[in-house]
Design a protein around this ligand. Structure first.
Ligand SMILES: [Zn+2]
Length: 406
């Protein structure tokens, strides 16, 4: 067997295509495979499928999988055919090894998709010696194609989260299927219109906005408004994770203010107050015990935070409501402005907070999803556009079927 036929078999090149020649350059570290077609060959017309003879050809080159450490390229004379059916006219034929208009072979694209799931796109681009915008274009194509096939007809419970894109300047909103644990939709912005955009997308994937019975969100006014407009049957649950975060932020501010008044006393206490008692190091535990002897606002705010967390251990919605009422009365009388502010926010979102005890949308689950998105952000580092960041989120959290060539 000559090397041309061997490469033809390895590449899956079938008649009328054939490998015409192989050029190997050790100096240029590349392998070039020339592909042509048999004289007088016909190709199926891209319009009607009738066998049609070549009219003229243009030379095109595609990057293929490396041949050991050498970059490999396919170069082919690609014909335009003149169809016997005059209505079809003169058309460029499709090649079986690549998508029309793209400079990578399908197998090279499959490698790209395998790599970007494991490492940042920038690193993938560097490893392959390609510009990252070309890599992003491949990601976009396969994500869009896989999303076209995604079916959302069973979706009933969604979680919505916003995350900052570029250094907190831009935001994207992400819509998750809470039962299948997958990303359904991502879009730029964090206003109420994002919910409308989601329902539009849902409808193109066999989903029905009326089937959505539960939505888990943070206490954002925009999402509350968007849900009331676009998801008429969705009961809102406010995400416990965000609620505790709000309380932690308030506690952090109380501590920072007090640390300016008593810098010696509160030095090194920042992380001790953020942790739960069971997670404290011995030293942090000592710090808190020492500080508890003083009448510090920070220490009181800390106890109020722990009590808020305890509400979530209630077994029923009624028990939870009792605990939340006691908590509210304590917090609103705390004479700590930051804590009172949290108490007022909680009062204003009362039912949605208690809805958690019926919807059982679990805290740990939301954190797991958040972890996926953080991974997507890390892997999309230097992502150039919001679209690329969203594509990376689909890639990691979308549970899409990419149907890659093998
Ligand atoms: Zn035709």
């Amino acid at each position: 067997m000559n090397p041309e036929s061997l490469f033809g078999i390895a590449l899956g090149i079938t008649p009328p295509w054939e490998v015409e020649g192989i050029e190997f350059s050790k100096e240029n570290k590349r392998l070039d495979i020339k592909i042509g077609f048999q004289r007088g060959a016909t190709f199926p017309c891209p319009v009607c499928g009738s066998p049609a003879p070549a009219y003229d050809t243009t030379e095109k080159t595609w990057r293929h999988l490396n041949f050991f450490q050498y970059e490999a390229y396919l170069t082919a004379r690609v014909p335009r055919v003149k169809c016997p059916n005059a209505d079809c006219g003169i058309k460029q034929v499709a090649v079986p090894w690549a998508r029309a208009g793209y400079g990578f072979t399908l197998l090279f694209e499959a490698l790209v998709m395998a790599l970007v799931r494991e490492m940042p796109v920038k690193a993938t681009a560097a490893l392959l010696g390609e510009h990252d915008t070309r890599i992003w274009r491949v990601v976009d194509h396969y994500v869009q194609r896989a999303r076209e096939k995604a079916d959302y007809s069973e979706v009933t419970r969604v979680g919505i989260d916003e995350t900052s894109a570029r250094r907190g300047q831009d935001y994207i909103s992400l819509f998750f299927d809470l039962d299948q644990r997958r990303l359904l939709f991502g879009t730029a912005g964090k206003d109420h219109e994002t919910v409308k955009a989601f329902t539009k997308d849902l409808a193109t994937h066999n989903g029905t906005p009326e089937n959505i019975t539960a939505a888990c969100i943070d206490m954002s006014k925009a999402f509350i408004k968007g849900i009331s407009e676009a998801l008429p049957n969705a009961e809102i649950t406010f995400d416990p994770f965000h609620l505790i975060q709000l309380m932690n932020d308030a506690l952090g501010k109380v501590r920072a203010e007090e640390a300016r008044l008593f810098p010696e006393l509160l030095r090194g206490s920042r992380y001790a107050f953020l942790k739960n008692p069971e997670n404290l190091t011995e030293k942090q535990d000592e710090t808190l015990t020492r500080l508890s002897r003083y009448h510090l606002k920070t220490a009181r705010a800390y106890l109020i935070k722990l009590a808020l967390q305890d509400v979530y251990f209630a077994h029923t919605r009624d028990d939870a409501e009792g605990l939340l009422k006691s908590w509210y009365n304590w917090a609103i009388r705390s004479r700590i402005e930051q804590v009172k502010k949290v108490a007022r926010t909680i009062k204003g979102h009362w039912n949605g907070i208690l809805a958690w005890f019926d919807s059982k949308l679990s805290n740990g689950f939301l954190e797991a999803i958040n972890g996926l998105i953080q991974a997507a952000k890390r892997r999309a580092r230097g992502y150039r556009s919001t679209k690329n960041l969203i594509n990376m989120a689909y890639l990691i959290a979308g549970k899409l079927d990419f149907a890659l060539p093998t």
